[in-house]
Design a binder for this molecule. Structure first.
Ligand code: SAH
Length: 465
């Protein structure tokens, strides 16, 4: 068995479990001496270690393929083995024949991810990776790619920026970017990410030459785009919310227009903070009988609806927030009445999220029993609802069906009841309040998906803090 194993940027706790397992059961471990050093402490005693210098990769790959026919051979590769790493080379050596050879490639954390995390989040939007190494690729080709990318408003990650013998490539790349990009474009430099001697710097494109002295073969350089900012010492690329919220009617995102747009976005984050403060203020006036966690849920609902009057209709019964947080931590299944509520559940949630409204069986039940589809969906979830979380954000009849199930002995762990409407909604919610089950209820005719989702998502937020 031959395994090409990615070992990540350096620190052993960024090694995947699978990589660790293969290394610990290897008969032979091959790799560049620097990478072998990085994993030295987890190399099993008795395994044969074969190191090689940079530039001897082809022979090493051939030998690995040969030995792999009879032994557990691990070829280690820094970062991700598939990104400028040994995986491609091993596959080329194997070629078309030998398709039955046992080979696996184990992915890992590439330098771009490691550097990005240390800088902030510079790769939150589209990006490209380019290697400046012209040992294997002619410089003219690399230059063409750099020009294309410099002209495009996209973040660019540079690998192999400079070595002892290759220093002009970075200077040329700098000139190309200065020709096409705003000189103030944010640039991040990370040397020895997740290794001893880690250095992080955020600078502007025009000042890059001042940092040449600290850039070497263990450095990754990230050139931002128009949406990239230095936010309190962190390099962050905006994802494009300014377009979604129509701050700017123009479509482009370059040059001065980009600058203007960035100012708008900054205003956007201030608006968010301000409205949070306003909501906090409103809720604090009513918070006498609320626990800290309940207060957070109330704030979230008021915030989501931009409506302080939710304070009058939001009710907590039988300590539902703490019960909900515990159920969330336990990864209980979350059942919703409609797809829109399901879609709104925070994607961080680790448990299952189910909705049966569109299940063919629900349609059948609805037709036969003359009940609504949402009620049929709840009936279908009967077994699942017990001891799990149910969130109703739309349908009073789903709420009535739930109450009927509770009367049959089904006991949800917690209920969020925020169905909306003039018919049955208020009554159905009163029934839930009388059921003895921990519940958060939006009383009366009001409610809806935004409220239901706000309630459960705040609990998820608290649970995962
Ligand atoms: N397969 C590797 C990349 C090999 S190319 C990966 O996925 O990360 C080698 C280049 O990667 C280096 O010249 C440097 O630019 C970058 N690099 C690798 N490890 C790094 C580290 N720990 N810190 C910063 N840059 C690193």
């Amino acid at each position: 068995m031959l395994s090409v194993v990615s070992i990540g940027p350096g620190s052993l706790d960024l090694l995947t479990e699978r990589a660790r397992a293969r290394i610990s059961s290897a008969d032979v471990i091959m790799g560049n001496a620097r990478y072998i050093e990085l994993i030295r402490e987890i190399i099993p005693k008795g395994s044969e270690v074969i190191t090689g210098r940079m530039g001897t990769e082809v022979e090493r790959a051939k030998k690995a393929v040969e030995l792999g026919k009879h032994k557990n051979v691990v070829v280690v590769s820094g970062g991700d083995a598939g990104i400028y790493g040994m995986a491609g080379l091993v596959l080329e050596v194997i070629g078309d024949f030998n398709t039955d050879s046992k080979l696996e490639i184990i992915p890992g954390i590439t330098a771009a991810s490691a550097a990005s995390a240390l800088l902030g989040a510079p790769l939150s939007n589209d990006f490209a990776i380019v290697s400046l190494s012209d040992l294997l690729v002619p410089w003219s080709e690399i230059e063409k790619k750099l020009e294309g990318l410099a002209k495009t408003d996209i973040a660019v990650v540079i690998y192999n920026p400079k070595s002892k013998n290759r220093t002009v490539q970075l200077e040329k790349a700098y000139e190309i970017f200065m020709r096409f990009r705003d000189a103030k474009t944010i640039v991040g430099i990370v040397r020895n990410a997740e290794r001893e001697g880690c250095e992080i710097e955020i600078t502007a494109l025009e000042d890059l030459p001042d940092s040449y002295h600290r850039i070497d073969m263990s450095t990754t350089v990230i050139i931002g785009c128009a949406g990239t900012k230095n936010l309190g010492g962190r390099m962050v690329t905006r994802r494009g919310y300014e377009r979604k919220y129509n701050y700017d009617s123009g479509g482009g995102n370059t040059g001065n227009q980009g600058q203007e747009k960035r100012d708008y976005i900054e205003a956007g984050s201030r608006i968010w903070e301000k409205s949070k403060a306003i909501v906090g203020d409103i809720v604090s006036k009513y918070s006498g009988s609320l626990s800290e966690h309940e207060r957070r849920v109330v704030e979230r609902v008021v915030f989501a609806n931009a409506d302080p009057s939710f304070l009058d209709v939001l009710v907590f019964k039988h300590n539902p927030v703490e019960k909900g947080i515990r159920s969330i931590k336990d990864g209980k299944t979350l059942i919703t009445d409609i797809e829109m509520v399901k879609a709104g559940i925070n994607k961080k949630y680790k448990g299952k999220v189910k909705c049966f409204v569109n299940a063919p069986k629900a349609m059948e039940i609805a037709e036969k029993g003359d009940v609504t589809r949402t009620a049929a969906g709840v009936r279908l979830a009967k077994e699942l609802i017990h001891d799990n979380i149910i969130v109703i954000g739309n349908s009073p009849s789903a709420c009535l069906e739930l109450f009927a199930l509770i009367e049959q002995g089904i006991k949800p762990a917690i209920i969020v009841a925020a169905p909306v409407g003039f018919v049955n909604a208020a009554e159905a919610k009163e029934m839930i309040l009388s059921s003895g089950i921990p519940c958060v209820v939006v009383k009366g005719a009001r409610g809806g998906t935004p409220s239901a989702v706000a309630i459960i998502n705040e609990m998820i937020e608290i649970a995962y803090q």
